[in-house]
Ligand binder design. Structure first.
Ligand code: GLN
Length: 453
């Protein structure tokens, strides 16, 4: 724990941590030492972790990367982080993120962007760590924690993991409780870990998962010992390669890596099968209706009365307006406007209802592939390697949204997906592959990802 606190102090230029909690960390580490001395070590005893600042932490400020929550100190602990502390993990601090987890580069955080520890060959230009869990990915990659919590609504675990050469898994919707995690789009949001190896992710996910009556969408299923599936091999499994993921403009090196990944899985005993997921191209537009619709509803609670920031006004409506105008950043306001529009009378059927229908079709595409004997699906994690800070932030927002083209389908269908580092591009930046699994079959993903890593 002390070594990590020292490393964090030296790496503040990365802006990965919004808040360091050294006193808490050392007290938890002392308690872990005592447990170990007494022979009663728990599964994660003394393991120092970073917590994405979207998870409420009891007595520790939780901002969701937004000015509107500045000064909000919860008096409760999120289910996921409470599970980690129950198992003996140590909290190093709270990790930076895109504001309310909306973004793909960590440039929408109200507290400054995160810098990736990676650089292009021969260049000092700062690179984005991806988003929204950019603080989590950068901290793991820069050795500022042994693992981190993250959340994934449309790719925010898998894309930053791919950009930083780390492993990240979004489990099946319902595997982890959402209780105490700041909501973005409730029907898509899932927590999961980012860590250095597939095995570390498996160990962390076992602890983070489990039934919770406080989240009615949390599955009441036993949690497997995910670590046991790492290294069990993939002999006899069928891996699907969806032809619709061969999108225009994808760099040749990503196409090549994807083919290599399939060859590695084949060499390990899997059968490779070309499959079709015909509604793939509709996923991104449908996601950018469903996610803002839910966000506009979830963010209605930030009114200056109950949480964080309050900016006075001439009456209560004026106070709401001033608080929300000052407290929310540009991307969040954009999402609230889109969401309110697609839910409004007259547009609801044309946008929101259609997007929900597309969601069903996407889900059925996957169901058909799995019914046809496919055990897992291999795709690239992202359509490009990490880009430079500022390179896309000022462009058309849609260009940023295109980052999620391979990841949002998985959230729309509620399936598990893992991003695993698979190689480097010509400029020396990491590239990741994604494996998508059957509902509640994260074990196959751990087994297959371990073959690639
Ligand atoms: N980049 C996507 C968005 O901005 C996904 C974010 C996420 O998964 N939290 O909505």
């Amino acid at each position: 724990t002390q070594a990590h606190l020292d490393a964090m102090a030296k790496a503040r230029a990365l802006n990965a941590y919004l808040l360091e909690t050294p006193e808490q960390a050392l007290a938890m580490a002392d308690a872990s030492d005592a447990k170990i001395a007494s022979g009663g070590a728990r599964p994660l005893e003394g393991i120092p972790l970073g917590i994405k600042d979207l998870f409420c932490t009891d007595g520790v400020e939780t901002t969701a990367g937004s000015k509107i929550l500045k000064g909000f100190t919860p008096h409760y602990e999120s289910a996921v982080s409470a599970n980690l502390w129950r198992d003996g993990a140590v909290m190093l601090g709270k990790l930076n993120l895109d504001e309310f987890a909306m973004g793909s580069s960590n440039e929408t955080s109200a507290f400054g962007n995160v810098v990736s520890p990676w650089r292009r060959k021969g260049s000092e230009a700062a690179i984005v760590p991806g988003g929204s869990s950019g603080g989590s990915a950068a901290a793991v990659a820069a050795r500022l924690c042994l693992g981190a919590t993250a959340t994934d609504t449309g790719g925010s675990i898998r894309q930053p993991a791919a950009f930083t050469g780390t492993v990240g898994i979004k489990p099946t919707y319902g595997r982890c409780s959402r209780w105490g995690t700041v909501a973005f789009a409730s029907s898509l949001d899932q927590a999961g870990p980012i860590a250095r190896t597939v095995r570390d992710c498996a160990i962390l996910l076992t602890s983070m998962s489990g039934a919770d009556a406080r989240d009615t969408t949390c599955a009441d299923l036993p949690v497997p010992d995910f670590e046991a599936s790492v290294g069990r091999g993939i002999k006899g499994l069928t891996i699907g390669i969806p032809k619709e993921y061969r999108v225009d403009g994808m760099p040749a090196e990503i196409q090549k890596l994807w083919e290599e990944g399939a060859a590695w899985l084949k060499a390990a005993g899997a059968t490779i099968k070309e499959i079709s997921l015909p509604h793939t191209s509709a996923a991104l537009p449908a996601y950018y209706i469903v996610a803002p619709a839910e966000a506009s509803s979830n963010l209605a609670r930030y009114d200056g009365v109950r949480y964080g920031l309050r900016v006075p006004g001439k009456d209560i409506a004026g106070m709401y307006e001033n608080t929300r105008a000052a407290g929310f950043g540009r991307e969040v306001k954009r999402r609230i406007m889109i969401g309110t529009y697609v839910l409004s009378a007259g547009y609801y059927d044309a946008y929101y209802v259609r997007a929900q229908k597309i969601r069903t079709l996407i889900k059925r595409d996957f169901e058909a592939a799995y019914a046809d004997g496919v055990d897992a699906i291999l795709t690239p994690a992202t359509p490009s390697a990490a880009f430079g800070i500022g390179e896309k932030a000022n462009a058309d927002p849609v260009e940023m949204y295109l980052n999620d083209v391979f990841t949002v389908t998985v959230n729309m269908a509620g399936l598990p997906g893992i991003a695993v580092p698979a190689g480097l591009d010509a400029q020396g930046l990491p590239l990741g592959l994604q494996l998508i699994g059957r509902p509640f079959d994260e074990e196959t993903l751990f087994a297959a990802a371990q073959v690639i890593e």
